[in-house]
Design a protein around this ligand. Structure first.
Ligand code: NAP
Length: 387
């Protein structure tokens, strides 16, 4: 698949602007975080609670890396509108945004607000294009309310009568589209091949597993619990599953892949990538989607010792960021419609793991790294008006 003649643009300027915004109130936030002594406030409609980055995690992310600050509910100026946040998406890649070193985005400043991809509803609008009641998505703070002028990554969402609103998080947007482009553009799976997916029971991984099945592959999923493995096998149709916590990964994988591995959708990196590299076939393809096992290893991530197997097997490994594909609205729309069609045909499922309450956001975030999330992890901030 050729996207925009091979030219991929990274629309990062909006996110940089958010990072700049966060630099202004650093000292105030740190002071308030300390004053609060780690306590958090419940919802009050007159106030805007916002989580800030109080310290950079060393190793595992911890709830105390974030501190809550409150301010009056913001009032929109001319050509602005207020967004009441409904759902915040928690994603492992956010661990990279808060480390010292820049990742695919500049790192968020210490003391500044924490951001996520999120969904909200427009209130108190003074903007002609975003009347009250419009559902919007965009990058917003971990907060109750945000102000917007409609620029940047903010988009209004036209409700699809075929789907519940939350299907956007479960199988479209940066979840489904990541699995779609990573599988179809980078792996280009062929019927009868063996495709392995790591982090297979997660939000992105579970969609990649099912696309591999739709393409006619023999799909092997790697996940971290028997429950997740059973779901992959019994509900999503994986041909074989490996619980990497249940025994040596290399041996289990060899048993699950008697004909070797032709393509690998990698969400985990580290030792998992190493185990797969040992088993790749000639002309294998590896899509490096994520390396969640290494996001806490800021100083020295684990590198596979057998990377030269790419050479022996004339194989290809390529990293990608789904934002690269967002520049081409045409392909984005085609991909989303394809995912919807597969879902309506009963060939594509998703599951959501929804945590209730903005105050629980930092604790919820840790679940991505200890494997206790079951499906796409979201925080519900306030009531969805479409329900
Ligand atoms: P997710 O898979 O729903 O949740 C994260 C899962 O990672 C956990 O449930 C856990 O599952 C697994 N995990 C955590 N620590 C691990 C470790 N040390 N070793 C092995 N597995 C570990 O999250 P997601 O949102 O779908 O993201 C999956 C991956 O895709 C991440 O690497 C993320 O950064 C990447 N991603 C990339 C892009 C892109 O544009 N390239 C876009 C979105 C997401 P187990 O119970 O199975 O261990």
């Amino acid at each position: 698949m050729d996207i925009d003649g091979g030219k991929r643009k990274r629309p990062l300027s909006d996110l940089r602007r958010l990072v700049e915004y966060g630099r202004n109130d650093k000292n105030d936030v740190l002071r308030r975080g300390a004053e609060q002594g780690g306590t958090v406030m419940g919802f009050d409609p007159a106030l805007n609670r916002t989580w800030h980055l109080a310290s950079r995690p060393r190793g595992d992310i911890r709830p105390e890396n974030f501190a809550m600050q409150t301010s009056p509910r913001p009032e929109p100026g001319e050509n602005q509108f207020r967004v009441r946040l409904l759902y915040i998406s928690l994603d492992p890649g956010q661990r990279l945004w808060i480390r010292e070193k820049a990742s695919y985005l500049p790192s968020l400043p210490l003391g500044g607000p924490m951001f996520s991809f999120a969904m909200g509803v427009v209130e108190a609008s003074r903007h002609a294009d975003f009347p009250d009641g419009t559902i919007v998505t965009g990058v917003f703070g971990w907060q109750d309310y945000a102000l917007s002028d409609g620029t940047g990554a903010v988009r209004s969402v036209v409700a699809d009568p075929r789907l519940p609103l939350l299907a956007r998080f479960g199988m479209l947007e940066h979840i489904g589209l990541t699995a779609y482009f990573g599988t179809l553009d980078l792996l280009q799976p062929k019927s009868g091949e063996t495709m392995v997916v790591s982090g297979a029971a997660g939000a992105v991984g579970s969609i990649a597993v099912q696309i591999g099945k739709i393409m006619g592959c023999r799909v092997v999923g790697i996940a971290g619990s028997d429950e997740k493995c059973a779901w992959l096998r019994d509900e999503l149709g994986a041909d074989a599953v490996v619980n990497y916590r249940a025994g040596p990964l290399g041996e289990q994988l060899q048993l699950a892949c008697p004909d070797g591995i032709d393509s690998f959708f990698d969400n985990v990196g580290g030792e998992c990538l190493e185990a797969v590299l040992d088993l790749i076939n000639m002309k294998a393809r590896i899509a490096m989607c994520g390396a969640v096992s290494q996001y806490g290893a800021d100083d020295k991530p684990y590198g596979p010792s057998n990377i030269y197997n790419l050479l022996m097997k004339r194989a290809r490994m390529e990293g990608f960021i789904v934002l690269d594909y967002a520049a081409d609205k045409r392909w984005w729309a085609i991909a989303e419609e394809q995912l919807v069609q597969w879902h309506l045909q009963g060939r594509l499922k998703y599951r959501l793991d929804i945590v209730d309450g903005l105050e629980r956001t930092p604790v919820a975030m840790t679940r991505l790294f200890n494997g206790t999330n079951a499906g796409k992890l979201l925080v519900k901030v306030s009531d969805d008006p479409t329900n």
